[in-house]
Write a protein that binds this ligand. Structure first.
Ligand code: 13P
Length: 245
């Protein structure tokens, strides 16, 4: 399975060092793929700390251009130069708080792949959309441009907005239904299966149930990924499939 730690705008250099000292030795025995996504200024340090370990490093966003007059933005090509190999794109916080759209998210994802990065592309409905019965229509729209991407370097993360940072995770039934929809959709668009992660209040206490749900290929973890012990406990709750990835 794949486990991605999204630190959001949390963390510090000293915290990253202590975290890696604690987490990385444990990954030697771990069958899973692990990606740490700290804030941009910590990426190079994370790459150094993770070298030779079982963990890869990713960023939390990127721009769609190689370079340009885009103050405050970060080129995916520069991210690749730091040694990062993954990037999260289209996170609901980017969509809701910073006005990103399906179009710009797809453009960012495409540029990231051109730079050689693997993409975690986030989708998910708001509570109002779910209550209005629009969940599948929203997921269909959010994934509409993913046929342009290389499916070999694409992972989709289903993160219902109402479950992010709220402590209310989706039920296994809701997760199974959404993942089945996304899997079918991606198969239709790309001609092959694409892993789908679940994200939204994943914790050690609920990870076993969520990760055993059909169609779940791993987790995108926010709050609980900031603590090495709880992030590792989430991985340990995964059903034993044996396969790496
Ligand atoms: P929480 O795990 O804190 O709910 O955040 C989920 C998330 O947004 C990961 O990208």
């Amino acid at each position: 399975m794949l486990f991605v730690a999204n630190w959001k705008m949390y963390g510090s250099a000293s915290q990253l060092l202590a975290y890696c000292e604690r987490l990385l030795p444990q990954l030697e025995q771990c069958p899973h793929t692990v990606v740490l996504c700290p804030p941009y200024p910590l990426l190079a340090q994370a790459v150094m700390l993770c070298a030779g370990s079982g963990a890869a490093v990713g960023a939390q966003n990127c721009h769609w251009a190689r370079e340009g007059a885009f103050t405050g933005e970060v080129s995916p090509f520069l991210l690749a130069e730091t040694g990062a190999s993954w990037v999260i794109v289209g996170h609901s916080e980017r969509r809701q708080l910073f006005g990103e759209s399906d179009d710009t998210a797809a453009a960012r994802a495409q540029a990231a792949q051109e730079a050689g990065l693997n993409v975690v592309f986030c989708v998910g409905e708001t509570l109002a959309q779910r209550q209005a019965g629009e969940t599948f229509a929203v997921l269909e729209k959010q994934t509409a441009l993913l046929g342009k991407l290389d499916p070999e370097r694409l992972v989709v993360a289903y993160e219902p907005v109402w479950a992010i940072g709220t402590g209310h995770n989706a039920t296994p039934e809701q997760v199974a239904e959404a993942h089945a929809f996304i899997l079918g959709r991606l198969e239709g668009l790309t001609g092959q299966g694409v892993p789908v992660l679940y994200g939204g209040s994943v914790k050690p206490q609920n990870a076993g149930e969520l990760l055993s749900t059909p169609g779940v290929a791993g987790a995108l973890v926010g709050g609980a990924s900031l603590d090495a012990a709880s992030f590792y406990a989430i991985m340990q709750a995964a059903p034993a499939t044996g396969a790496k990835g």
